[in-house]
Design a protein around this ligand. Structure first.
Ligand SMILES: [Zn+2]
Length: 108
């Protein structure tokens, strides 16, 4: 009797991370295409990808270090976003000042 539920599927070691990112839709277009092409020729990775959905959610919930990692990750993302926002609004301010200077110049 074949036990389909066993999660002993083996993906290529150097592809596991990409497969997880693929599952979460975090890959660039190029990487996504590469992973998709690979899974079509590699049964291990194809089956791994097929079972990732049933493996990952539970893993993340139970695994405390992983949760800490995601907390750090999200803190880091917020920091980067705030930084980007600051630069963006600084750039906008600069553009407006330059624009106003040009307009003022044109009125002379
Ligand atoms: Zn593979």
């Amino acid at each position: 009797m074949v036990r389909e539920q066993q999660l002993n599927v083996t993906a290529c070691a150097n592809r596991e991370q990409d497969l997880v990112l693929y599952y979460y839709g975090e890959l660039s277009d190029l990487d996504r295409v590469a992973v998709k092409a690979h899974t079509q020729s590699c049964e291990g990775c194809r089956r791994y990808l097929g079972q990732i959905g049933s493996i990952l959610p539970g893993t993340v919930e139970r695994d405390d270090p992983a949760q800490a990692f995601w907390d750090d990750y999200s803190r880091e993302m917020r920091r980067k976003l705030a930084e980007a926002e600051r630069r963006f609004s600084a750039a906008l301010t600069r553009i407006n000042v330059e624009d106003m200077a040009r307009r003022a110049e044109a009125l002379k």
